[in-house]
Design a protein around this ligand. Structure first.
Ligand SMILES: Cc1cc2nc3c(=O)[nH]c(=O)nc-3n(C[C@H](O)[C@H](O)[C@H](O)COP(=O)(O)OP(=O)(O)OC[C@H]3O[C@@H](n4cnc5c(N)ncnc54)[C@H](O)[C@@H]3O)c2cc1C
Ligand code: FES
Ligand code: FES
Length: 1308
């Protein structure tokens, strides 16, 4: 029940102020008082911190509250509790004006490298929990806020605190591991050990041991953290002297009114009926940012005590309308603990919903009259519309106690468990005639089945008066299937799944009530199966990492798990990323103008409206390009070929102004028929050339000798890179000779330099591209970054002023493309034993509107047999030309798609023979001396060793037995297991790219500056390179520094890609260092007892150059498709993974229970970094194969453009048990110091989770009597899992016939 108050009933309407001048906004940042005289209601805290205060430690990852990169801690005095409340919040959504008398703590405020790192910063760095580091400040601040409120949290508290934070690099495990040390489970007792001592004291009870937890607690809240804050912002000062008074802030387009009493609030609402009420701004903020909404008047009621009050009434609890969801959860939890269970059924249902509602940062600020309105199906009148009238406000929400014979449950099903919007939600309640199982009242409400919440009234009415049993269930399902129907074209799609979910969730409710009734009324017999109804496993994740310690001398850092060299700076927010470069005085901002049509001719472009926007400096179109437009981005010719195709750009004084103007440009199109999907491309033969084939053996003969032949197909969805730092370029004209300096977040500085030079019409020697570090790349910043950097350079060149652009997340996702979706068709011949004797496979990759790096199809072919010997084989690869944004490189470069299809036919073979897939895989595994379809002999193969070690470490056999038992005992949850190998070829498939350069300077003080062609994107390349140079030069790594990658130091470099950068650049650096060592030799010989510095100085005075270039090219490689000969790869990386999962057959959710990985990385250069790559790649693969789904409309519009709709794995998705073992004694003679490449190869191992899911689905299908191979496309989303678990419920919700409707999204 909600209470709304009508402002129309109030007497005086005139006393309310809307003053013409703005008030002063007073707040505190890291203990410093800020008085802002012109607070702009449209400005977010994030923009203010970064642009006005220069506090760039807080990052922008999405601007929609979905990634947590912008997390800060806010401290606010609560009038009702008279206490300071500290909470994590998203600075990207927090309006600056909402911060009056609030203290903000940012990552810079709690520690720094020079001063001292805060323990929260130090531990994430030392635990290897920071790779690219772009997410790190946000994660640090979430942890900090948790500890500030609760210095001894449980692991569960920590996991909850991270629900709103994403990391794309680390795979989360090291972050949890590092922070576990703060928790009760993983840390210290806090002085509550034996005899009040420390649990860490030695067994004999050493005296005077200082408890590390007490120490830590002191450190956590010590002077470095809070003292600067208190004198200005004490509880006393706020409560007595600085009582909040009403405020008014005027901006260009918006006025912010913050009343201090309920009366004033009501008066203001009367005066401004269209004013938006804002509390957390998590919804309104998004409308302003992404839907271009302008709200001239904002009313912020947070100062009003009545709206934050919580009242315990006789029949329930009343929450003020500005009470945050976090606070509501605390109150409800307390009530559940103190009240009799029968009274708290509703509270428990609300808590279950709150647990999975957004992330903590959102719940900490987001909220949920005096007429009372029932919150039934009449409350919501449309999407995001309620029964409240314009002049009404919400005062409070009344949540009632439940009655003795009432059972209530709530369910939420979303693509990802944590921080995700639901697909379908349900709340159900039933009351029974006392002492019976006869239904007296039943309410079944569903979200996600219409624009508003709907009640299944007809079904509920039919069931009243019926006993709670099988017959009721049957009737309920039949009736609900009819009542909860959906149009097949409904927005959001997943029609069959959503309809099935209504039945499945009711069934869960039915079983839950049955169990409770049995306890209360003892009416029912024990049911056959254990009814495991929830997949929520509260176990704390555990992990093991195993690696071989290298036997080398003490000073040699190669082979040691040293920390990423930037980790500390990343944890304190001091690491500088491209957009952190301070603003130039006369700098301008650029925004792109992009096509809204997939395939169309541009008829006209009207910029007149946009020209009137304030701050606009100029527009750019193809005619403004002084050089060549062959890169294709700015071409204002007749056609656009994808939604997001760059048509032009606007340059303005600020980002907001540029973006507003870009949206105001009107473009008229003449639409043409687009080709969107692979199937459409096949139908219209829309392919790029060449069509590649690799063939070996005699296919016809192979199929003739086969005992069985089967055919199958599979679709593998694409993937968004979702690097936390989006594409960004800052171009600075140098003022003479056409020189231009660019700061770019790119993996390919040379490529960027070439294209910018071409666009500007200058030689490459006038363009310098500089890359300090990237906030992730994963292949997405290999070629596609040039789309932006060329445009920004053209603008800077035209205006002779620095120009910057960092794409918003939605723009980045729309424009830059991702991993190629694939469709694979195969015919496989095999013997009764399971040995595969013939394979004919065809791949189709959706390349999009340009070739870009679509050579990925070649790598798919090179990996078409994954790790298996297939004597007769043919693979063909087609690249579909479609009207999607061009797809591009992505970790694995087509290899994962190629191998995924291989594992599919391998599973089919096993299933059709009724054998275990593991037995069939092992039988077909490559052995030493075998040769690949491209005729490369496998000499140093370690696949069998990885396989056997993985089988034993994972305890596969025992697990299999336990799983079979579990599956026999449980009907609605099933477990599955799979072991999958990988063999990944190392080298660029384009021969010329297999080269690298390096430049090493030794300065006269002995310090060494390294530069090489590789870029740092979090993978730890610079750290490994320092280790290499340290070993070769024989000096400590502390004397060696890498500043950046730049085209004026090392020219003509290959992109940092193909996992080969350590191999290539390491060898080039080794070459340069050896040249320098040779030059120093005479001075060492002359002074054998001298120091490094002595020899360097002596060489300098003897006029010896202390600077050298190094170069390396991979020897003995080069493959020819025509003749199927030549060495395609320098060597292969191998690995094997075993994963176990549990699926919920009713909802399609799954839980990753355990994964064991054995990976051959040769002699690891740095085991910590390599394990980080293995885990990070695995988690990215896990996203690819089980979670991440890009939805495109049939017209080619990308519908998933941010973390709200596109879900990458979160903290909760890591396997509960994760073991990573680096294969011991496996030196590789083909790469630097016997190491192996590691960036891409482990990604495919995540397919073990996919095939474990498939195994579990097979067990579910067997319950319905269905056996044998079945099609499961990737990713194994909840929808696909549920639909594949065919049962009585799915049968009631059949698919609408294809072709009879226009679907919301299509499989591209
Ligand atoms: C990352 C993220 C995750 C999310 N996850 C979920 C989720 O899991 N489930 C879900 O349901 N939603 C989710 N949301 C949506 C949104 O956060 C919630 O709906 C939230 O409860 C909105 O509260 P707020 O205070 O931030 O709203 P605001 O943006 O401040 O306001 C929301 C609306 O309510 C109106 N309003 C606020 N107070 C009053 C009042 N007293 N009287 C009248 N009108 C009022 C406002 O005018 C506005 O129209 C998510 C949002 C984000 C950004
Ligand atoms: S930038 Fe704020 S949550 Fe992503
Ligand atoms: S380290 Fe987390 S996103 Fe890169």
């Amino acid at each position: 029940m909600e209470r709304a108050q009508e402002t129309g009933n109030m007497g005086d309407r005139t006393g309310t102020k809307t003053r013409s001048g703005s008030d002063e906004l007073i707040f505190f940042v890291n203990g410093k008082k800020i008085v802002e005289k012109n607070a702009d209601p449209e400005m977010t805290l994030l923009t203010y911190l970064r642009r006005k205060l220069g506090l760039t430690g807080t990052k922008l990852g999405c601007a929609e509250g979905g990634c947590g990169a912008c997390t800060v801690m806010l401290s606010r005095y609560q009038t009702h509790t008279k206490q300071l409340l500290h909470y994590a919040s998203n600075a990207c959504l927090a309006p600056l004006c909402s911060l009056h008398l609030v203290a903000v703590t940012t990552v810079e405020g709690i520690g720094s490298v020079a001063r001292k790192l805060h323990p929260v910063q130090e531990r994430i760095a030392k635990a290897h929990g920071s790779q690219c580091g772009f997410c790190t400040p946000g994660i640090v601040m979430s942890m900090y806020a948790l500890l500030r409120n609760n210095p001894t949290p449980m692991m569960a508290d920590m996991e909850e605190a991270f629900q709103g934070n994403l990391c794309r690099c680390t795979g989360y495990r090291p972050i949890l591991e590092g922070y576990k040390t703060f928790t009760v489970e993983g840390g210290c007792c806090g002085g509550r050990g034996q005899k009040n001592g420390c649990c860490m004291s030695n067994v004999n009870g050493a005296q005077n041991v200082i408890c590390c937890a007490i120490d830590m607690y002191n450190e956590l809240i010590s002077h470095i953290v809070f003292v600067p804050l208190l004198p200005l912002y004490s509880t006393q000062t706020l409560s007595k002297d600085r009582k909040p008074h009403s405020l008014c802030f005027h901006g260009e387009r918006m006025t912010w009114l913050q009343p201090d009493s309920l009366d004033e609030f009501l008066n203001l609402k009367w005066k401004h009926p269209d004013a938006r009420v804002v509390v957390g701004n998590t919804e309104v903020g998004q409308s302003v940012k992404f839907k271009n909404m302008v709200y001239p008047v904002i009313l912020a009621p947070t100062f009003i005590p009545e709206l934050s009050a919580v009242t315990h009434a006789e029949d329930g609890i009343v929450f003020g309308a500005a009470c945050t969801l976090s606070h509501m959860a605390v109150v409800l939890r307390q009530a559940v603990e103190s009240l009799p269970p029968h009274k708290t059924e509703v509270f428990l249902a609300v808590l279950e919903q709150l647990r999975w509602f957004a992330g903590v940062q959102i719940r900490n600020v987001a909220v949920n009259g005096s007429r009372e309105i029932q919150m039934d199906d009449g409350f919501f009148t449309g999407y995001r519309r309620t029964a409240l009238q314009p002049q009404q406000i919400l005062l409070s929400i009344h949540i009632p106690y439940s009655k003795k014979v009432e059972f209530v449950s709530a369910y939420k099903q979303s693509p990802r468990r944590e921080d995700d919007i639901s697909i379908v939600t349900a709340a159900m309640s039933v009351t029974f005639t006392p002492g019976t199982d006869v239904v007296e009242n039943l309410r079944l409400s569903f979200g996600g089945m219409a624009p508003t919440t709907v009640l299944a009234k007809k079904t509920a009415n039919r069931l009243i008066g019926r006993p709670w049993g099988e017959e009721l269930l049957e009737e309920a399902c039949n009736s609900m299937a009819e009542e909860m129907s959906l149009d097949p074209s409904v927005p959001g799609g997943m029609v069959t799944y959503r309809r099935t979910l209504t039945l499945s969730l009711f069934y869960k409710f039915y079983l839950t009530v049955l169990q409770k009734l049995r306890l209360q009324v003892c009416l029912f017999p024990i049911i056959r199966f254990k009814q495991q109804l929830s997949l929520y496993h509260p176990e704390t994740p555990s992990s093991v990492q195993i690696y071989q310690v290298q036997q080398s001398n003490q000073d040699d850092v190669v082979g040691r798990p040293i920390m990423h060299l930037s980790a500390m700076k990343q944890a304190t927010g001091e690491a500088v990323y491209c957009d952190d470069v301070p603003l130039y005085e006369n700098e301008l901002y650029l925004s792109l103008i992009t096509s809204s049509k997939a395939h169309a001719r541009i008829l006209s472009i009207d910029t007149s409206g946009a020209e009137r926007c304030p701050g606009v400096v100029c527009f750019l179109f193809a005619d403004d390009i002084p050089g060549s437009n062959t890169a294709g981005s700015l071409k204002f010719d007749e056609t656009v070929t994808c939604v997001g195709h760059i048509i032009g750009a606007v340059v303005a004084k600020t980002q907001l102004q540029a973006q507003r103007a870009a949206k105001a440009v009107r473009i008229e199109y003449e639409e043409r028929q687009p080709v969107i999907t692979i199937q459409e491309a096949i139908a219209t033969q829309s392919f790029y050339q060449p069509i590649r084939t690799i063939q070996k053996g005699d296919l016809e003969l192979g199929f003739k000798h086969a005992d069985h032949i089967l055919e199958g197909e599979m679709h593998i969805g694409g993937q968004e890179h979702f690097y936390l730092e989006t594409n960004v370029t800052l171009a600075v004209p140098r003022g003479e000779d056409g020189e231009m300096e660019l700061f770019v977040s790119t993996q390919a500085p040379t490529h960027t330099q070439s294209l910018v030079a071409m666009a500007l019409g200058v030689p490459a020697n006038r363009v310098v591209v500089r890359v300090k570090r990237m906030g992730g790349g994963f292949g997405g910043k290999e070629s596609r970054t040039t789309l932006l950097s060329t445009v920004v350079a053209v603008a800077a060149n035209k205006l002779k002023r620095p120009v910057r652009c960092m794409l918003d997340r939605d723009e980045d996702m729309l424009i830059t493309g991702g991993r190629h979706p694939f469709y694979g068709k195969y015919k496989v011949g095999f013997l009764n034993s399971g040995r595969v004797v013939a394979l004919d496979v065809t791949y189709y990759g959706n390349a999009g509107n340009s070739m870009d790096l679509s050579q990925i199809v070649e790598r798919a072919l090179f990996h078409m047999e994954n790790s298996y010997r297939v004597p007769n084989i043919r693979g063909r690869g087609f690249l579909c030309r479609t009207n999607l944004p061009s797809n591009t490189a992505f970790r694995g470069f087509g290899g994962p798609q190629g191998m995924m299809v291989a594992e599919n036919w391998m599973t089919d073979v096993a299933q059709s023979l009724g054998k275990s897939p593991e037995e069939v895989r092992r039988l077909n595994l490559y052995m030493k001396g075998d040769s690949t379809p491209f005729n490369q002999v496998l000499d140093q193969i370690t696949l069998d060793r990885c396989w056997d070690e993985c089988m034993s470490r994972s305890g596969y056999q025992q697990r299999r037995i336990a799983i079979d038992l579990y599956n026999r005992q449980n009907r609605w949850t099933k477990r599955g297991i799979a072991v999958v190998p990988t063999k990944f070829g190392i080298s660029f498939t384009a021969l010329f790219l297999n080269q690298a350069g390096a430049l090493v300077h030794i300065y006269t003080d002995g310090s060494v500056l390294l530069t090489h062609g590789g870029t740092e994107m979090g993978q730890g390349l610079h750290t490994k390179m320092v280790q290499v140079a340290s070993r070769v030069l024989g000096i400590p790594s502390s004397k060696i520094h890498i500043s950046e990658t730049s085209t004026n130091t090392v020219p003509n470099t290959s992109a940092t890609a193909a996992s080969a950068s350590s191999d290539l650049n390491g060898a080039a650096l080794k070459n340069a260092c050896e040249i320098l060592l040779k030059r120093l030799e005479p001075f060492k010989a002359k002074n054998p007892n001298g120091t490094w510095e002595d020899w360097v100085k002596a060489a300098y005075f003897d006029r010896v150059s202390l600077s050298a270039n190094g170069f390396y090219k991979t020897p003995d490689i080069g493959y020819d498709f025509e003749t199927n000969s030549g060495r395609a790869f320098s060597y292969f990386s191998y690995g094997v993974a075993c994963s176990e999962v549990e699926i919920d057959c009713l909802t399609g959710s799954h839980k990753n229970l355990s994964t064991t990985i054995v990976m051959d990385v040769g002699n690891s250069l740095n085991p910590a970094i390599d394990i980080g790559q293995v885990e990070g790649a695995f988690m990215q693969g896990l996203g690819l194969f089980t979670l991440e789904e890009l939805h495109y409309s049939p017209q080619g519009v990308l519908l998933t453009r941010g973390p709200g709709s596109y879900k990458i794995p979160a903290f909760g998705d890591i396997p509960t048990q994760l073991t990573v073992s680096l294969l011991r004694d496996a030196p590789n003679d083909k790469a630097i110091f016997a190491s192996k490449a590691v960036g891409e190869p482990p990604l495919f191992l995540a397919s073990s989770v996919f095939y474990a899911i498939k195994d579990a689905i097979s067990a579910a299908r067997a319950e319905s009597g269905i056996t044998g191979p079945f099609r499961l496309d990737s990713p194994a989303s909840a929808e696909r899992i549920r639909n594949a678990c065919s049962d009585r419920f799915t049968k009631l919700c059949p698919l609408a016939e294809a072709g009879t409707f226009i679907p919301w999204s299509v499989q591209v």
